[in-house]
Design a protein around this ligand. Structure first.
Ligand code: ZN
Length: 436
């Protein structure tokens, strides 16, 4: 039996994953038959909630206990077992949502999908890469005989159905801890150095500490019930956080299987075929020098086959902008990022420099081959002339020098603190960031 849920966040900081722990409490006569799933969807949709994440819970009658994946009011294990058809799941799940989701608040449009079937993978592909229409989603849910309920605009149904349709090709884990109720909204007591220590002890962790900006990446800045979330490829390794991170003790914790750090939102695209709200990987040549505007944002143009797109590295990408600033016209690059329009702008998440252009500068006028004097310029692109013997030479006789580039070919990514949940970190590609 699956329970999928989305869009329960509100400005006051409830988060959808907390509701998973509440659903586990509600359905305590069942066991979890797989990791709860945290599925991030298209990050470029303007009406998304914070993080745009939906969750899926698989419950049933367990046979054999497999491993501990959390602690809510008891130890939470996953089990082997059969999914079975259960009754009264929807009203009980809805009761939990009604209690916690603040459905009456504007901008909170929860969606719940309950049943034994799952929508086709195509629905996930669209939900993470494109824009889905609510009517289409409802048609799919109706055709599968899934039970669903949506509050407000019912938009949450889109996320819930898309998340339920996720069949992982690539996946990671996040261990999320939650705070005692009376501490919600209070400052979190998490030691910066503990996070750094933890990060260095996690062989398969990612996005937990920013070694460039020297900032922790595990605790949110919002007043939500989350104390911290630790990300990585090995779920058991993440449990180190419970020991290493001292300070505030979590009241409960749970490990999620997620599509974070997979680049599932990215589609390889031709620059001519970019559209707003999509995320793309494009190949092209830098065709304008990077320009910094007020606020520290940097823009430049990339072209291919006669089409051009503006690429952007905004101020929050911090030191990444130093890399972007060193690009010159002629550099051949690949960019990963989200598209905003109009005019179309690619918000860079990752960069690969395939070939650096030669940076050439004029260091002096040519010397006359007859008298040895320095020749004078006759104007832009008009060549040179010796004042004494009237000898003329072409523009290409100028003394040029190749300036070493303060940049290397290879991969670059925005720092941890500016990274999107879905962006695949270079650590997961097994490549090193270029040195500079
Ligand atoms: Zn001369």
């Amino acid at each position: 039996m699956y329970i999928a849920l989305d869009d329960t966040d509100s400005k006051d900081g409830m988060c959808t994953t907390y509701l998973v722990t509440e659903l586990i409490k509600e359905f305590d006569e069942y066991q979890l038959l797989s990791y709860p799933r945290l599925v991030r969807l298209n990050p470029n949709i303007p009406w998304k909630t914070r993080g745009n994440g939906a969750v899926v819970l698989t419950i049933g009658k367990g046979k054999v206990r497999k491993e501990v994946i959390g602690k809510v009011d008891r130890e939470i294990d996953i089990w082997t077992g059969d999914p079975c058809i259960e009754k009264n799941i929807m009203p009980r799940a809805k009761k939990v949502v009604d209690r916690w989701a603040e459905s009456d608040k504007e901008g909170t449009d929860p969606g719940l999908v309950v049943g034994n079937g799952r929508p086709p993978g195509e629905l996930y592909e669209k939900g993470v890469k494109e824009v889905l229409e609510l009517d289409h989603v409802k048609e799919v849910l109706d055709s599968l005989d899934l039970d669903y309920w949506g509050g407000g605009s019912e938009r949450g149904l889109i996320g819930a159905a898309s998340a339920l349709a996720w069949t992982p090709e690539d996946s990671t884990y996040e261990l999320i801890t939650y705070r005692r109720r009376d501490l919600w909204g209070e400052p979190r007591l998490i030691d910066h150095d503990d996070v750094k220590t933890l990060d260095m002890s996690l062989e398969h962790g990612f996005n937990n500490y920013d070694h460039v900006e020297h900032r922790q990446g595990v605790a949110p800045g919002t007043p939500c019930p989350v104390l911290y979330g630790v990300r990585g490829d090995e779920p058991n390794e993440l449990k180190k956080a419970l020991v290493t991170l001292k300070g505030e003790r979590p009241e409960r914790w749970l490990t999620f299987l997620t599509n974070q750090g997979t680049d599932d939102h990215i589609r390889v695209r031709d620059i001519r075929r970019l559209e707003p709200f999509m995320s793309a990987r494009v190949t092209g040549t830098v065709c304008s020098p990077p320009r910094v505007i007020r606020g520290g944002h940097i823009f430049f143009e990339v072209s291919r086959g006669g089409a051009t797109v503006t690429a952007a590295a905004f101020e929050p990408t911090k030191s990444f902008r130093d890399i972007i600033n060193r690009l010159i016209v002629g550099d051949e690059i690949e960019l990963w990022g989200g598209i905003k329009g109009e005019p179309l702008t690619l918000n860079i998440e990752k960069l690969k420099i395939n070939r650096l252009a030669e940076k050439i500068t004029k260091i002096g006028n040519p010397v006359c081959p007859y008298c040895g004097k320095s020749m004078g310029s006759m104007g832009t692109d008009s060549g040179y002339r010796c004042k004494k013997c009237r000898y003329r030479s072409g523009e290409n006789t100028v003394h040029l020098e190749i300036i070493p580039r303060n940049l290397k070919e290879g991969w670059y990514e925005v720092p941890v603190i500016a990274r999107r949940h879905l962006s695949k970190p270079l650590k997961r590609f097994n490549v090193e960031e270029g040195n500079f």
